[in-house]
Write a protein that binds this ligand. Structure first.
Ligand code: FAD
Length: 487
């Protein structure tokens, strides 16, 4: 029904569309897109980002009452807690993704929002398609320098364009922090998106193939099979656990001699790992890793990263075959470019009210703009997690829907902590519910926590298809192991 309506717009809709598209400044604007024709009676809601915040708003917002446009360089939502599993092939990468184009009654542009003009309610966007995108995406997940990367080809669809909004949701997340340490982006791998998972998986297998070459010396072989993880937070720890699973099962069978040379090490500036978890759980994880031969080197300061080796203040040159860098978050360049709104001093995220409105430098709330997820900072300091982003998005959808339906607003947002989890490998996990206010409190470790971890993520999968796919891949991995083909 939606397609029919879009294909045969009413005279009034067409008139509105012509009015709106005439505002676009790029040459592309001369081609009117039927899918972007806004309805007369609907407000235009533009959502920036298709991650935990943006995608949840897209799911929950009343699309009969809003003319929704999503702008995101990713044409999918990535279920980030499963990225570590995807990076070793425990699950197929598609099981962790949901396509934005699943929604047929919205407009989607695969593009970056580069500038926001809050006074004119307009955005400047840059297409995120083709070769320029690849360059830019690489920049985006590494150093926050991507706005300098401009499309080079004069292909149709490469040109920047402007788009207007009535209401704007900014859910662009953060980038990976490198703290200005030279060589990280060029020589290390981040684990922030599904593209990273694929690159990491490919590099792990490449290291084993390189180490199998007849020309490689014993020292080179050892170096290639040294896997360095910088950052001992939950992501680094989960990746170490998943990598250990892979190297001690399928890779140990496929490369029996090489697997004896594998060395997995976690480096962190803090004395230990999992600082955000309860101390006893962090100790449990540490003891388990030490037993399994995963080295934990705390109080280490990486000063530079080169091709094939790290420079560590306390150790000198440390060779590696693969380096995975996970040391926290840096602000998104779009957020950096915004000068007229207040920012949190520490995170540089946009300060927001409990109805998610950002605050101008003069102290006024911007009523038609909403910021959620990692890009936002509430007064009550909340962690940058999927849990927070999706709860904020859920609440924001209620606010938007109530507004469109002329109902009373649902009031301010309160975060409900549901606990934190981390997979440690070998069917073991930790679950920290010591800080939760509702439901059973306490901590779990080992197989029971692993069961809770898997069940929670299975239940949280956003489509029936992905639930089936996840169950299938977990079962197939258990039964037949992970696949080792490299493309
Ligand atoms: P994101 O989910 O990062 O989404 C940002 C979106 O904006 C993306 O679609 C991006 O492409 C898009 N975007 C970026 N720039 C622009 C632009 N200029 N214009 C338009 N779109 C743009 N949290 C948990 O609670 N539990 C976990 O187990 C957990 N595990 C994690 C594991 C990994 C490997 C990672 C990386 C994170 C994990 N997190 C976890 C943290 C969680 O994923 C983030 O806190 C969450 O993704 C934040 O949601 P967001 O919507 O703010 O940003």
């Amino acid at each position: 029904a939606t397609v029919t309506r879009a294909a045969r717009p009413s005279a009034r809709t067409a008139a509105t569309s012509a009015l709106r598209t005439s505002k676009l400044t790029s040459p592309a604007s001369s081609t009117r897109l039927f899918s972007s024709s806004p309805r007369w009676d609907k407000q235009k809601l533009v959502i920036l980002g298709s991650g935990w915040g943006g995608y949840e708003v897209l799911r929950k917002v009343d699309k009969k009452r809003y003319d929704v446009t999503v702008i995101s360089p990713n044409s999918y939502f990535a279920f980030t807690p499963l990225l570590a599993s995807a990076s070793v092939g425990t699950i197929d990468y598609n099981s962790a993704l949901e396509p934005v184009r699943r929604f047929h009654d919205i407009t989607y542009y695969q593009a970056w929002a580069d500038k926001v003009d809050f006074a004119r309610k307009q955005l400047v966007c840059m297409p995120a398609t083709g070769s320029s995108t690849r360059k830019r995406i690489n920049a985006s997940i590494s150093d926050a320098t991507d706005s300098s990367v401009q499309p080079t080809a004069s292909f149709p669809g490469y040109k920047p364009f402007e788009i207007s909004y009535d209401k704007l949701v900014i859910a662009v997340g953060c980038y990976s922090a490198t703290f200005g340490i030279p060589g990280v982006s060029a020589n290390g791998y981040f684990l922030k998106d599904i593209r990273d998972s694929n690159k990491i998986r490919s590099r792990i297998l490449e290291c084993f193939e390189l180490a199998s070459q007849p020309t490689v010396t014993d020292v080179e072989r050892r170096n290639l099979l040294s896997f360095a993880i910088v950052g001992g937070g939950p992501t680094g720890v989960e990746f170490a656990g998943e990598l250990h699973d892979l190297t001690t099962t399928e890779l140990a069978k496929a490369y029996p001699k090489l697997s004896l040379l594998v060395n997995i090490t976690i480096y962190d500036v803090a004395p230990g790992i999992l600082g955000s978890f309860d101390k006893s759980l962090a100790e449990y994880a540490t003891a388990k890793f030490v037993r399994e031969g995963i080295q934990i080197k705390g109080s280490r300061h990486v000063t530079a990263v080169h091709e094939g080796y790290l420079e560590i203040k306390e150790e000198g040159k440390v060779p590696f075959g693969l380096l995975v860098w996970n040391t926290g978050l840096a602000p998104n360049p779009l957020i950096q470019s915004i000068k007229d709104l207040q920012k949190d001093e520490k995170t540089q995220s946009l300060k927001i009210s409990d109805t998610f409105n950002p605050v101008t430098n003069e102290g006024k709330e911007l009523k038609d703009v909403f910021v959620i997820g990692d890009a936002s900072a509430l007064k009550e300091k909340l962690p940058a997690t999927a849990q927070v982003a999706s709860q904020e998005a859920h609440w924001l959808s209620k606010i938007l829907n109530a507004d469109a339906r002329g109902q009373d607003p649902p009031g301010g947002f309160t975060f409900h902590n549901r606990g934190t989890m981390a997979y440690l490998g070998d069917w073991s996990a930790i679950l920290d519910r010591s800080q939760v206010k509702e439901g059973p409190k306490g901590e779990l470790t080992g197989r029971t926590a692993w069961l809770a971890w898997r069940s929670a993520y299975w239940l949280q999968a956003l489509s029936f298809r992905n639930r089936v796919s996840l169950a299938y891949h977990w079962f197939a991995t258990w039964l037949g192991g992970r696949r080792l083909s490299r493309f």
